[in-house]
Design a protein. Structure first.
Ligand code: LLP
Length: 409
């Protein structure tokens, strides 16, 4: 089992283990399908992310976990204990972050559709509100400023810049160009800065970008950081922070393993771009803190979806392994044709070619086509790897299925 980033899955004497424990034993009194998470892998990944930021000389890094990747309470609590803040995109995520004890002053609120009620809730979350509203339109700023006035507060604002770059990733998770609904073009930000009526109860404290997800190479990231730095340099007064967003990918496939930048390389690239286009040009006392919004990289590898074979089926030359997990438990293959490795509990050298499919009445309910797996039978355990990010958080109850439980090791 090849992997670049730490993973809890391993074959020991041809039997699958998770965090060193035999999977069959772990699953003894547990239902399938379920998500299995490793606290150790997650906390180690967080620590690696933070310490590589420090090693790369990123000034005063604040790691705001993108809650959408995995809003599980224990996940958020553990990350909070490790020092993380949160990037949220709804009042539900904001409440989840607060419930886990995350300090509102470590929470950034992103998203193009923040509603009146959500803004009011965020303004009331702390005497000073949250760390930042990452604003994505002028209308949004207008609403925040009005509500902030009514609440007798001053809202902390960061503009999310649309840096007009093409991130090399799946088109459904690319967000950095003007055809995407995300962020504001530089010209619109400059216009908003000149309009005093937008700033009576708001103050500009930062700039942010987020150009896409599952990024493996860093060219577009570097370019986007340059665009953000150029804008920051043109501002009349210094800002408190620059938010470089999330997006760093994990290795799902062999191809990813060839292309994927390590956390270390990512941090170096982020620092170099910031240094070249901003830090070296300003008074060191005015250097802003750097905010990150990682989601997938922190939790993707720590989780798997465990399932059991229901039965198999042969249709002439097509073979199907039908399992009890469905696309409702992990939407990624159906939504983005994403590749997830599938592992049987028992390793074997006698393999057949089979489609791993779920029970849902959709032809997109397929976890992998023509995979080489042993011939499995009813009740055999099977694992879908790398399901810690955007697995349970995107799950739904289609076909009136129960939401699968989450267990920690
Ligand atoms: N910040 C913002 C503003 C975002 O919109 C996102 C993700 C992140 C941070 C975290 O990105 P990450 O580090 O996880 O790449 N459901 C898709 C991914 C959608 C990502 C949406 N935004 C998938 O399963 O691949």
């Amino acid at each position: 089992m090849k992997t670049l980033l730490p993973t809890p899955l391993k074959y020991q004497k041809n039997k699958l283990s998770f965090e060193g424990h035999d999977l069959q034993k772990i699953m003894k009194n547990k239902k399938t399908p379920c998500y299995l998470y490793s606290k150790k892998t997650m906390t180690e990944t967080y620590k690696a992310f933070y310490s590589e930021a420090l090693k790369a000389k990123i000034p005063n890094p604040l790691v705001c976990f993108a809650v959408k990747a995995n809003p599980n309470h224990e996940v958020l609590t553990l990350l909070k204990k490790s020092g993380a803040g949160a990037d949220v995109v709804s009042v539900g995520e904001l409440k989840a972050a607060l419930k886990a004890g995350i300090n509102p002053q470590k929470i950034v609120f992103s998203g193009v559709g923040k509603t009146r009620d959500e803004i009011i809730f965020a303004l009331r979350s702390h005497p000073y509100g949250i760390y930042s509203f990452n604003v994505e339109s002028i209308e949004e700023l207008e609403m925040i400023n009005d509500l902030s006035k009514k609440e007798n507060k001053v809202a902390r604002i960061a503009f999310r810049l649309n840096p007009r770059v093409n991130a090399k990733t799946h088109k459904h998770i690319s967000t950095g160009n003007k055809t995407h609904k995300f962020g504001l073009l530089r010209s619109d930000i400059e216009e908003a800065l000149l309009n005093d009526s937008l700033w009576t109860h708001s103050t500009l404290v930062g700039l942010s970008i987020h150009i896409g997800s599952q990024l493996t190479e860093l060219k577009a990231t570097e370019k986007a950081i340059k665009e953000m730095c150029d804008l920051a340099m043109s501002l009349k007064y210094p800002i408190e922070f620059l938010d470089v967003g999330g997006g760093l990918g994990i290795d799902y496939t062999e191809e990813d393993r060839k292309e994927l930048a390590s956390i270390k390389t990512y941090m170096k690239a982020v620092y170099q771009s910031l240094h070249r286009h901003y830090f070296k040009k300003v008074d060191p006392l005015l250097i802003p803190r750097i905010v990150f919004e990682p989601g997938r990289i922190l939790v993707g590898k720590m989780g798997v979806l465990v399932s059991k074979v229901v039965r198999t089926k042969q249709s002439e030359d097509c073979h199907f392994t039908i399992i009890d997990a469905g696309m409702n438990d992990l939407m990624r293959p159906a939504l983005y044709e994403a590749y997830h490795e599938v592992y049987p509990y028992e390793k074997s050298t006698k393999l057949i070619s089979t489609d791993i499919v779920g029970p849902i009445c959709e032809s997109t309910d397929i976890f992998g086509a023509q995979r080489k797996l042993p011939r499995l039978k009813s009740d055999d355990l099977i694992v879908i790897d790398n399901a810690g990010a955007y697995g349970r958080s995107m799950a739904n109850r289609y076909n009136e299925r129960e939401l699968a439980p989450e267990y920690f090791i």
